[in-house]
Write a protein that binds this ligand. Structure first.
Ligand SMILES: [Zn+2]
Length: 364
């Protein structure tokens, strides 16, 4: 290209150096070596003064051209090295989609919630709606509407927690407030709200002043209510039997025993065959060898309750039932201590104390 010998020397030295560069750090060092303040080019430009005067312009021009070339090539090399490094990085971080997944701990519904959802699904399948109500309830709805006046002995069985504030109820009376002892007030509220005919189930938390290995001060109930014309005991027996069979996944023998509840008349309790031993184990821990499990209370709704719900008991009748969701969960998932349901330590369920729970945990 030019005649100035130094320019050619610098160019060939630069080209040779550039070939061996494969990383940014070496490239930066090279930039300093050639284009830096004390670099080869700067020194060459400074030495122009030693040349004969007629050669200087030509040599100066060639050096300037060379400097531009060198800067362009350094920039091009920088881009090339960056591209190469990105490629290398991508290759090392490439995701192998054929590798098996590491897996993830998965959560699950609490057995009681699971039970509640299962039974709610069965009942909605039978045409029932789901109704919810307040846990902080008025004494009026919790007791009086349900045929349990203040003097009634059933109040002792359902002693609960009262709040210091009283409120004026829909009936115009000043009412004490309490934690509801059952979900039955939701039945009355539903009758007042929707009228007859009516089919509802009322799941939820209820409270009583109990605390021992088989009773908790808070537990979960689901009640059902059907109001229509000419409802018979047979409809109730069919409905509750169907619900139990669907929940436990097989046909269970059942028996009905006469009982007493203030809000139903007549009243009865349902026993189903023991889900653990089917009545074949005299030492069964679940049924204590009786072969039967007490699972629900029910009856034909008392006319006073229907009246409290704003419906004429001369035209409509119906039935109501109540089940303990905690007990149902314990029976279905083989949980042997009520208190485990309120324990946050899931290892109880996974440690082999409960085989059925363990299987569920694995299958999720
Ligand atoms: Zn049994």
């Amino acid at each position: 290209m030019g005649n100035y010998k130094d320019v050619e020397d610098i160019r060939s030295a630069f080209e040779a150096d550039l070939k061996s560069i494969d990383n940014i750090k070496s490239l930066d060092e090279m930039r300093v070596k050639y284009a830096g303040k004390k670099g080869v080019l700067t020194l060459a430009l400074k030495s122009l003064g030693k040349l004969p005067a007629d050669e200087r312009p030509q040599a100066g021009q060639e050096l300037n051209i060379l400097r531009d070339e060198i800067e362009r090539e350094l920039e091009a090399k920088k881009i090339a090295i960056n591209n190469l490094e990105n490629e290398r990085k991508e290759l090392s971080e490439k995701i192998d989609v054929t590798l098996p997944a590491r897996g993830r701990d998965c959560g699950a519904f609490h057995p009681v919630m699971q039970t509640m959802y299962e039974i709610a699904e069965i009942m909605t399948g039978l045409g029932y709606s789901i109704a919810l109500g307040p846990e902080k309830e008025e004494e009026f709805y919790n007791f009086e509407c349900l045929n349990i006046p203040a003097w009634h002995p059933a109040r002792d069985m359902q002693d609960t927690f009262y709040f210091p504030d009283n409120i004026e109820s829909d009936n115009g009376k000043i009412n004490r407030t309490l934690l509801r002892t059952h979900t039955s007030p939701v039945q009355v509220r539903s009758m007042l709200k929707y009228g007859a005919p009516l089919r509802v189930v009322c799941p939820g938390k209820v409270y009583r002043r109990d605390n021992d290995p088989t009773h908790s001060p808070m537990f979960n109930q689901m009640e059902g209510l059907l109001i229509d014309k000419d409802v018979s005991f047979a409809v109730l027996k069919g409905t509750i039997g169907e619900m139990m069979n669907a929940f436990f996944g097989r046909n269970l023998k059942n028996r009905f025993r006469a009982s007493y509840f203030p809000f139903t008349e007549p009243s009865m309790e349902l026993d189903i065959e023991c889900v653990e031993c089917g009545g074949h184990d005299a030492h069964c821990r679940i049924c204590k060898g009786t072969g039967w499990l007490e699972v629900a209370g029910m009856g034909m709704v008392h006319p006073n309750v229907i009246r409290a719900g704003g419906i004429d008991p001369e035209i409509y009748n119906g039935f109501a039932f109540g089940i303990g969701l905690d007990r149902m969960a314990m029976l279905k998932y083989n949980i042997n201590d009520l208190r485990l349901l309120f324990d946050g330590n899931v290892s109880y369920f996974l440690s082999g104390r409960s085989n059925r729970s363990e299987r569920r945990a694995e299958s999720c």
